[in-house]
Design a protein around this ligand. Structure first.
Ligand code: S6P
Ligand code: ZN
Length: 193
């Protein structure tokens, strides 16, 4: 790829789209099979309409130290059983690469997990920055009734490790509990499917 020249990127808050975006990723429920706790509810929803859970609009840069990827995510509202719609989640392939999320619309949480499996969460809402420190797996959860839209900036050489999450999951999930979003620890057996 040729060198990136100075440029402006524009976020359309209404749609959540980044312009220009050189990569657009669309994830449906069927792309996340096995990630939600309630397998029966997940299968029923996929059977019914296999809806889009989220889209990512990214401006690509060379995958090199010193570069920064910029992207937006539009995460739809919804639930699979008691579990809110969420992103797949990942570690960065180069583990010590951090990331910043900036909330633009809607409300949610970022679930963060250390490599030894300790989970915590931080808020995401308009005007709020969520800082993902080096070496943390991260997943975003939409706990609101509208779309959750946020901007992400991360190092060009970070890469993504989805396999570790597909293999072992997160050790906690955000579930609706007594009407409120609650971070619930999972049994180790469930987290290591
Ligand atoms: C990239 C950054 C986000 C996510 C996006 C979708 O490092 O963390 O742009 O890619 O929110 O989540 P996921 O887990 O499917 O990549
Ligand atoms: Zn990331």
């Amino acid at each position: 790829m040729s060198a990136i020249q100075p440029l402006n990127l524009v976020v359309d808050i209404a749609s959540g789209r980044l312009e220009p975006a050189t990569t657009v990723v669309t994830r449906r429920l069927s792309d996340m099979r096995g990630m939600y706790a309630d397998a029966a509810a997940e299968a029923a929803l996929i059977e019914r309409d296999d809806s889009v859970v989220y889209e990512v609009f990214q401006y690509d840069v060379p995958e090199e130290t010193g570069q920064l990827f910029v992207c937006t995510t539009v995460l739809e509202p919804g639930r699979v059983g008691d579990e809110y719609f969420m992103t797949k989640g990942h570690y960065h392939r180069v583990r010590d690469r951090a990331e910043v999320y900036y909330g633009l619309r809607g409300e949610g949480q970022v679930v963060l997990m250390t490599e030894d499996g300790r989970c915590s969460s931080v808020e995401l809402r308009p005007g709020v920055v969520a800082y993902v420190p080096p070496c943390y797996a991260h997943r975003t959860v939409n706990t609101g009734s509208g779309e959750l839209v946020f901007l992400a900036v991360y190092p060009g050489d970070a890469g993504h490790d989805y396999e570790s999450i597909e293999r072992s999951g997160f050790s906690a999930r955000v579930l609706e509990y007594n009407g409120s979003p609650t971070l619930v620890e999972q049994e180790p057996s469930e987290g290591s499917r």
